[in-house]
Design a protein around this ligand. Structure first.
Ligand code: KIV
Length: 263
C-alpha cells in the first residue's frame, strides 16, 4: 500500500516525486495504471471543473465528494492527498480536525494545508492525531486576494526569508512534504536542499524533489490557459472536440447507430 514512507524514501534516494491532480473516478482509474506517486484532490477543482475564478468556493463537503470519487477510481493503488478548503485550518483545532477527518474518511491518506503562520499548531495537532499533512507555500491560491492575483511570490529578500522560515516551521510541525508554488527556482532549490522532507514544485523550477501539475493543464484541456510553468503533454482539447464532431456528423448522416450497435 502506498504511504508517506514512499515520500521520505524518494527524497533519500534522490528519486523525483510525481504528483498530479485528479478530481473524479475516471481520471483516477486511468492514473492508477501510470507511474505517478500521488494523486492530489486539489481545490483547483473549483476552477478546472466548476469553472470558478478561484478556489475559495471549495468546502469540506465538496472536497470529500471529489475525494470519494478519486478513491473509488484509484482502488487502493495510489496515495491520495486532499486539499483542506479555504479557512478550514483557521477556525481552531476542532474544526480543522473535523474537516481533515471527513477527507480521510472519504478516502484520502493525507491532507494539504496552505500556509503555516498562525496555524502551525493545527498542522502539529493533525499529525499528532494520525493525519499526515502536506504543506503548501509560495503562491497559495487561497490567499489570492491578499496577493492581488496569481503572481510569483517570494521575489524580494524579506519574503524569501519568510518562506525559508515557513518551510522550517512546517517541517518542525510534522509535515511530510511541502508544495512550493510559483517562487523563484533558486529559492526553491535552496529550500529543498535545506529540508529533510521532500518539496514538490509547481512553477518553482527543477530543483524541487518532485513536481505537481493540474491534470487538465498538462493534458491541454483548456486552450485559453497557458501559464509559463505549464507544459502541455497532450492536446486533449483537440481530442474531445474531434470526438464530439465525429459523433455529431455520424448521427446526422444516419451512420450511428448501425444495426450492430442496436438491439
Ligand atoms: O489545488 C491544487 O491543484 C493545488 C496544486 C496546484 C498544487 O494545490
Amino acid at each position: 500500500m502506498p504511504s508517506i514512507r514512499d515520500f521520505a524514501a524518494a527524497k533519500a534516494a534522490g528519486r523525483k516525486l510525481v504528483m498530479v491532480t485528479s478530481y473524479d473516478a475516471w481520471s483516477a482509474k486511468l492514473l492508477a495504471k501510470e507511474d505517478v506517486d500521488c494523486l492530489l484532490v486539489g481545490d483547483s477543482v473549483m476552477m478546472a471543473v466548476h469553472g470558478e475564478q478561484d478556489t475559495l468556493g471549495a468546502t469540506t463537503e465538496i472536497m470529500a465528494m471529489h475525494t470519494r470519487a478519486v478513491a473509488r477510481g484509484a482502488a487502493g493503488e495510489k496515495f491520495i492527498v486532499a486539499d483542506m478548503p479555504f479557512l478550514a485550518a483557521r477556525k481552531g483545532l476542532n474544526e480543522a480536525l473535523d474537516s481533515a477527518a471527513a477527507l480521510l474518511r472519504a478516502g484520502a491518506h493525507a491532507v494539504k494545508i496552505e500556509g503555516v503562520r498562525g496555524h502551525a499548531d493545527v498542522v502539529h495537532h493533525l499529525v499528532e492525531s494520525g493525519i499526515p499533512v502536506m504543506g503548501h507555500l509560495g503562491l497559495t491560491p487561497q490567499s489570492v486576494n491578499v496577493f492581488g492575483g496569481f503572481t510569483v511570490q517570494a521575489k524580494e529578500a524579506a519574503a524569501a526569508q519568510s518562506l525559508r522560515e515557513d518551510a522550517q516551521a512546517l517541517q518542525q510541525a510534522g509535515a511530510f512534504a511541502i508544495v512550493l508554488e510559483c517562487i523563484p527556482r533558486k529559492l526553491a532549490t535552496e529550500v529543498s536542499a535545506s529540508l529533510a522532507i521532500p518539496t514538490i514544485g509547481i512553477g518553482a523550477g527543477a530543483g524541487c524533489d518532485g513536481q505537481v501539475l493540474v491534470l487538465h493543464d498538462l493534458l491541454g484541456l483548456n486552450p485559453d490557459f497557458k501559464p509559463r510553468f505549464v507544459r502541455r503533454f497532450a492536446d486533449a482539447a483537440a481530442t474531445v472536440r474531434s470526438g464530439a464532431a465525429a459523433y455529431a456528423e455520424a448521427v446526422r448522416a444516419g451512420m450511428f447507430p448501425t444495426d450492430k450497435e442496436s438491439f
